[in-house]
Write a protein that binds this ligand. Structure first.
Ligand code: AMP
Ligand code: ZN
Length: 499
């Protein structure tokens, strides 16, 4: 169904800094590119939040009837430490530290990324291209940029000439940075650098003898600059002008600004119609980040890993289901900052369980005469929320109006007609499962009780251990294991998982 024809979707465009009516390049089709993970470590929940935001965007566009080609790349080369122009490749560094091949690093963390996104109920993208799979195309694009006079070669490396580009175009169009000011404020190059200007960025870097990830090129044995792969792969799979380009807020500059400069130089057109940027997930009031150690892994949240700590304190009191975590993330708008905490997850769990109970109750709701709730108007409000720049928190507020109504019907305080019941059921299914991607994995009362019983046994086992009654402690562990319940002892306590 071509629902997009009757829904006026508006998207906040980071390029114009305003909400704009969404118009596609080709009627009925959407090309969407999202910068994927750099596979040198496990994705943390912050990374996952950004990808989940675009999973929700993908889901809603599909629901509206668009034929979406969703490209999300894997960065497996060229991303240097601290996103700077110097230093070691993130993947090569990990390979050196672990004494394995770079491609083993890539394989390990690509598999992890796929496992996590599958567990968290993501829809797979249409194409998932890799940087190393597109070295030839990257070399071709560098040559094109050199031919257009916007890049120069020094000692086997090639740099984009930002000042020259800025004479005829606007370097800073996305981030709002003023290049002239930036030049004025940076100290002159010390003669060590090959760049004409500190603002210039690498398209190709000559590899020194320690750099093991290297390819042959007309300029040197080397490797491509980080920003290049996304220009190459987005144009290869989605054309010179794509509808949506997404990524985390922190990629706006320099990554996306440089992507625009590269692509625009080659095609002469603005490469992206709608730039979308997802906001950051915080932990302990700071950006969740691998490099500062301030992060939590998606798997730890599912198991309640007691070893996940911050400043020696356990982050999680227990494990949470995928549905709860998705619900927690979707309760914030994708452009808002979101603070992660155990308390916030506990609150989300309550809300999520209430939602799932109401959906289950819809199966045995009594039909009776006319409806005391305007279901059709409510359905429209759900669409209006999503049409307003994918406003999932407002959508969720509307879903809870329906929850209230369902509970009133259960208590004989409200009535619903047969037709409205069908509409209510369908609309709940569409928004809860198809669009927000929540899973119906709410715990039933039986598993709640099981959880309580196992927690009690864990307590008794601890008492046994404190009394040095090892036989009893082992008996509890082994007999639970034979029932398929595994205990895991960590520094901060014991958790369990059920097979
Ligand atoms: P990376 O693997 O470092 O290239 O990051 C993958 C994606 O995660 C990028 O789009 C980042 O902007 C995003 N990202 C990184 N840290 C966070 C965070 N704390 N919250 C939300 N998104 C993040
Ligand atoms: Zn990118």
């Amino acid at each position: 169904m071509e629902l997009y024809k009757e829904n006026q979707l508006k998207i906040y465009n980071s390029l114009s800094k305003s909400k704009e009516v969404f118009k596609t390049v080709t009627e009925g089709r959407v090309g969407m590119y999202v910068c994927g993970p750099t596979v040198y470590s496990n994705v943390h929940l912050g990374n996952l939040r950004t990808f989940m935001s675009f999973d929700m965007v993908f889901r809603y566009l599909r629901h509206l009837g668009y034929k979406v080609r969703y490209v999300r790349n894997i960065t497996d080369a060229g991303h240097l430490e601290s996103d700077a122009e110097e230093g070691e490749d993130k993947i090569a560094k990990k390979a050196r530290l672990e004494e394995i091949e770079p491609m083993e690093v890539v394989q390990r963390y690509t598999v992890d990324f796929h496992e996590v996104t599958q567990k968290y109920n993501f829809l797979p993208p249409s194409i998932e291209p890799t940087a190393t799979g597109h070295i030839l195309e990257q070399i071709e694009m560098i040559q094109e940029i050199i031919d257009k006079g916007m890049a120069y070669e020094v000692n086997g490396s090639v740099y984009f000439d930002v000042l020259k580009y800025n004479e005829t175009s606007n370097y800073g169009i996305l981030s709002g940075r003023n290049i002239e000011e930036a030049i004025h404020n940076t100290r002159a190059l010390d003669g060590q650098s090959e760049k004409r200007n500190p603002q210039d960025f690498a398209l190709w870097k000559k590899a020194d003898e320690r750099h093991i990830m290297r390819w042959n090129s007309p300029w040197s044995d080397g490797f491509p600059g980080w920003h290049l792969e996304c220009s190459v792969m987005s144009s290869k799979y989605l054309g010179e002008q794509i509808d949506i380009h997404g990524g985390g807020m922190d990629l706006k500059f320099p990554h996306h600004e440089c992507e625009i400069a590269q692509s625009h130089t080659c095609s002469g057109v603005q490469p992206v119609n709608y730039w979308m940027h997802a906001n950051m997930l915080l932990l302990n009031g700071q950006k969740m980040s691998k490099s500062t150690g301030n992060y939590i892994l998606p798997n730890d949240i599912l198991t309640g890993n007691p070893d996940a700590t911050y400043l020696g304190k356990r982050i999680l009191s227990k494990g949470f289901g995928v549905g709860v975590v998705r619900f927690f993330i979707m309760q914030a708008h994708y452009r808002s900052i979101l603070d992660f905490s155990n308390d916030a997850l506990l609150a989300s769990e309550k809300g999520y369980n209430r939602l799932m109970e109401a959906i289950a109750a819809l199966n045995d709701v009594k039909i009776g005469g006319t409806s005391s709730f305007d279901v059709v108007a409510w359905k429209q409000k759900c669409y209006d929320a999503m049409n307003d720049d994918f406003n999932s928190p407002v959508l969720i507020a509307h879903l809870f109006e329906a929850v209230k109504f369902i509970n009133q019907i259960k208590d004989d305080k409200a009535t619903i007609s047969k037709e409205d019941l069908e509409t209510l059921k369908n609309t709940m299914n569409i928004f809860v499962f198809d669009v927000l991607g929540l899973l119906n994995d709410a715990k039933d009362q039986g598993s709640d009780k099981l959880e309580g019983v196992v927690e009690l046994l864990i307590k008794l086992r601890k008492e046994a251990r404190d009394n040095k009654d090892w036989a009893l402690s082992d008996q509890i562990r082994d007999e639970l294991a034979s029932l398929g319940i595994q205990l895991k002892d960590g520094r901060e306590g014991t958790t369990f998982s059920v097979n």
